[in-house]
Design a protein around this ligand. Structure first.
Ligand code: PLP
Length: 354
């Protein structure tokens, strides 16, 4: 049996989720006539305390549509330098919305009001105006980190004071909710739009929901259709998301505990570990004499899938990873270390740049 720590996108729908999907009432989503999609949208608008929420096929499309809804071509948007919108969405903001991206080098994915004020500009004959700031909660490439609520709100307020709108990529927002104890509504209130992915730790096969006030969401509704995201009997997949809301939120705490157990074990074995706030464990394997690629390959030979991101590996806990699986993964790491480097590489000093 393979233990899949590659990503929390690797979960399979449970039997109970499949049953809920199989019995879902459906209609034409594109004509707002799918009752299950409508129920999910109402529940998410309520959960996030926004006027309207819209179901999307993917989180990437939530970001794409939100940015298009908030900006016009030639605008500048602000992102933390390792933000998913910039690093993993095939330049959607530039290619589709014609936005210039201004980055801030954050710490653990977070930046300060001072850093934000340095890059925001009303624009002039030469410089593009800053229209939008994108936050990421939790921040994926920084290590599944959780912005503290006061810091997050202060940054959002500073953007608003400058007349700039704020969008939160909340792919793993529910992980932040469980880790912080602050409600989804508390994270949504300071920002204009926010979305939640159901295909990460929540364990559904398809879907994400974007929320905001009526005006921006009406633009989002048209843009979703323009980009080909308007669906038909989407209640089949929305039912999986509703099931996840009912059954897979509180249990994210288990994933976080498993991530800490994994992180502690890897640190003990000599890896440089970014202490996890949530379910993502980033490690630098060079202190134990392995490259990230070499470590992933060696783990795969023990039937443990992990991912490689630059010089680091990411190990991710989720619904389909038990505490026993974490212990089995640590046993495999011990075996890999006993085998020694497989790619001819010896230990090099880690060189983090943030
Ligand atoms: C996964 C992810 C996305 C994209 O979501 P998809 O549903 O895979 O399109 C966007 N932002 C972050 C932070 C993510 O982790």
């Amino acid at each position: 049996m393979t233990i899949n720590l590659f990503s929390d996108t690797q979960t399979r729908p449970t039997d109970a989720m499949r049953a809920a999907m199989a019995s879902a009432e459906v209609g034409d989503e594109q004509r707002k006539a799918d009752p299950t999609v409508n129920e999910l949208q109402e529940r998410m608008a309520d959960l996030l305390g926004k006027e309207r929420a819209i179901f999307f096929p993917t989180g990437t499309m939530c970001n794409l549509v939100a940015i298009a809804a908030h900006t016009t071509h030639g605008d500048s948007i602000v992102l933390e330098h390792s933000g998913h919108v910039l690093r993993s969405e095939t330049s959607g903001a530039a290619a589709v919305s014609g936005c210039v991206i201004e980055t801030i080098r954050g710490e653990r994915g977070m930046f300060t009001v001072e850093q934000l004020n340095e890059v925001m500009t009303p624009g002039n004959q030469y410089a593009p105006p800053t229209r939008l700031v994108c936050l990421e909660q939790t921040h994926n490439f920084a290590g599944g980190t959780v912005w503290p609520l006061d810091r997050y709100s202060t940054v959002a307020d500073a953007a608003h004071d400058a007349g700039v709108v704020v969008h939160t990529d909340g792919a793993r927002l529910m992980n932040a909710v469980v880790a912080s104890g602050a409600s989804a509504e508390a994270w949504a209130a300071p920002v204009d739009t926010i979305w939640v992915d159901f295909t990460k730790g929540l364990g559904a096969p398809t879907g994400a929901v974007l929320a905001g006030d009526d005006e921006v969401m009406e633009r989002a509704w048209l843009l979703k259709h323009r980009f080909g995201g308007a669906m038909r009997q989407a209640g089949i997949v929305a039912a999986g998301c509703l099931h996840a809301l009912d059954h897979h939120v509180d249990r994210l705490a288990d994933d976080h505990a498993n991530a800490r157990r994994l992180a502690d074990g890897l640190a003990e074995l000599g890896f440089t570990v970014t202490p996890p706030d949530t379910n993502l464990v980033y490690v630098d394997p060079r202190p134990v004499g392995l490259t990230a690629k070499g470590f992933a390959t060696a783990m795969a030979s023990h039937n443990i899938e992990i991912s490689t991101i630059g010089d680091r590996n990411r190990l991710c806990t989720h619904l389909d990873v038990s505490t026993a699986d974490v212990d089995a993964a640590l046993d495999a790491v011990r075996a890999v270390l006993a085998e020694g480097p497989t790619d001819g590489l010896t230990a090099a000093p880690p060189a983090y740049d943030g």
